[in-house]
Design a protein around this ligand. Structure first.
Ligand code: AMP
Length: 185
């Protein structure tokens, strides 16, 4: 099974992806994690995306699509993939469908974690205080949320059309959200 965890930044996608990985052996593909790793390694790619990421804007479709393409090729025997933070634009969603088709696979489910803006802001303030991620500062987070509504939210009708989208209340505690995801799968 291949699924997308969908929702605004700080909706809990990473937390739930890690649980599913531990419980079901799925491979988590997080473009945010991949880009942070590239930055940490000091690679050319990492240097190129650093300022864009810190500002809260999206990096180019070309870059993230290439990262996913490579990850799919490197994990051919995986029992399933959890896409976390990808796709974030319609162009990325279309590229993902094409890449999976090349491997004889498809997206089976899109789980949308629903969290209201007030709770998102509270979560991000807490994470910024605890982890100090540059793009969690209030100014950058606003850019990230705006990018979500402008560029990523249009994916809702894209996946609704195929009947794969399921909404889950992401406001509840981690266990309750995990149980709701399990039911939706
Ligand atoms: P995340 O941890 O998923 O919130 O990603 C952190 C940052 O990495 C985002 O604010 C973007 O700058 C960049 N990024 C991650 N995934 C993508 C994506 N699919 N498309 C474009 N930019 C991305």
């Amino acid at each position: 099974m291949n699924l997308i965890l969908f929702g605004p930044p700080a909706a809990g996608k990473g937390t739930q992806a890690k649980r599913l990985t531990a419980e079901r052996g799925f491979v988590q593909l997080s473009t945010g994690d991949m880009l942070r790793a590239a930055r940490k390694s000091g690679s050319e790619l990492g240097t190129k995306v650093a300022a864009i990421m810190d500002s809260g804007s999206l990096v180019s479709d070309e870059i993230v699509i290439a990262l996913i393409e490579e990850a799919l090729a490197n994990n051919k025997g995986a029992p399933g993939f959890i896409f976390d933070g990808f796709p974030r634009t319609v162009a990325q969603a279309e590229a993902l469908d094409a890449m999976l088709a090349k491997h004889g696979k498809q997206i089976d489910r899109v789980i949308r974690l629903e969290v209201d803006s007030q709770q998102l802001m509270a979560r991000i303030a807490k994470r910024f205080a605890e982890e100090g991620r540059a793009d969690d500062n209030p100014e950058a987070y606003k850019v990230r949320l705006d990018a979500y509504f402008a560029q990523t939210a249009p994916l809702v009708p894209y996946y609704e059309k195929s009947g794969k989208l399921k909404g889950v209340d992401g406001m509840a505690d981690v266990e309750t959200v995990a149980a709701a995801i399990a039911k939706a799968l």
